[in-house]
Design a binder for this molecule. Structure first.
Ligand SMILES: [Zn+2]
Length: 321
């Protein structure tokens, strides 16, 4: 029998205070409605022929268990998502998603632990990384179009871009100590549109240009500063390559500027330095995912952004040792 999840208020219309008072069964309805808009679907075999089981302490049937009548397997709303096999309640999941998606600068694991009353810092930390995984948007080739600004920066206390540019980046790179947490991050951002950001292993032409080719549509215009690694990229794009010369103190020549990329980095740095204090190289990409997601969904209201993030939970599993 085809089943639609029981209706509850739309999360996108709910205020923070209502989200804070959710009961477990209400949170379940919210998650089921977001995950299964077209009816409950078995995550094992995709059949819609399912039956909800009644929770039964004697038979050890937990709340929310659904039986697939096709493959006979059981599942819940968390099966096969970032929420899979976690000890966090559904109410806490919804509240955590809400909190992470509505704070522009991000929420630290410590804040989450306090706000949700979680037992340990460790579970708050896993929870926030799982939410970032849900926010991860996979890049399709040619995704970014039109005028695309490209820039790189260092996260973790590197000298400012301006200082760095007065010296040779290659020399600076070789000076970087081993074991430091400073890492180059690249952003590609459409004027008034979407963004993609990620840590890169270095800032050589090979690395930066291949990232541009992978992400940006061939008809686009590429805008960068004068960093030499970008030279020659015009060959690959019909719109060519426009360069703004920061080294000479020029930050914008009419429409040729990288102001959008710079405001992206300003927000990312404020988050990483202000909220998270210490971000290891290993996990930096997760913060990039979070900030790109927020940037890409900045024009929708808070609740709608939370729903988008929860929609991203499907098919993503996080495993730790
Ligand atoms: Zn099935």
């Amino acid at each position: 029998m085809k089943l639609t999840p029981p209706k509850f208020k739309n999360l996108s219309d709910m205020a923070a205070i209502d989200v804070g008072q959710l009961k477990e069964n209400q949170a379940r309805k919210i998650l089921e409605n977001i995950r299964w808009k077209d009816g409950i679907t078995c995550p094992h075999c995709e059949s819609k022929d399912v039956t909800k089981l009644k929770s039964d302490k004697k038979k050890k049937t937990r709340d929310g268990v659904i039986q697939c009548n096709h493959c006979r397997k059981q599942f819940t709303v968390t099966t096969g998502t970032v929420m899979h096999s976690s000890h966090i309640t559904l109410r806490q999941w919804v509240q955590a998603f809400y909190s992470v998606c509505t704070h522009k600068k991000g929420v630290s694991a410590l804040q989450l632990q306090r706000n949700l009353g979680l037992g340990s810092y460790r579970s708050a930390w896993y929870l926030s990384h799982r939410i970032r995984l849900a926010m991860r948007e996979f890049v399709v080739p040619g995704l970014l179009k039109g005028t695309v600004e490209v820039d790189e920066t260092y996260i973790g206390g590197r000298p400012s871009k301006r200082q760095a540019l007065t010296e040779d980046k290659e020399t600076r790179k070789s000076k970087r100590g081993r074991g430091t947490d400073k890492a180059p991050v690249m952003v590609l951002v459409e004027r008034n549109g979407r963004s993609v950001s990620r840590p890169v292993k270095n800032v050589t032409g090979e690395t930066l240009k291949s990232a541009i080719r992978e992400t940006v549509d061939k008809k686009s215009v590429i805008m960068t500063d004068e960093w030499k690694s970008y030279r020659g990229i015009e060959k690959d794009f019909e719109g060519g390559h426009k360069v703004v010369n920061h080294g000479e103190g020029i930050y914008a020549v009419g429409i040729v500027n990288t102001n959008t990329a710079e405001s992206y980095f300003a927000i990312l740095k404020r988050g990483v330095h202000g909220t998270f204090h210490h971000v290891s190289k290993k996990h930096l990409f997760r913060y990039c995912d979070e900030f790109s997601f927020k940037w890409n969904h900045r024009r929708v209201n808070d609740g709608a952004r939370v729903v988008r993030a929860i929609e991203g939970m499907e098919g993503k599993r996080m495993r730790y040792r």
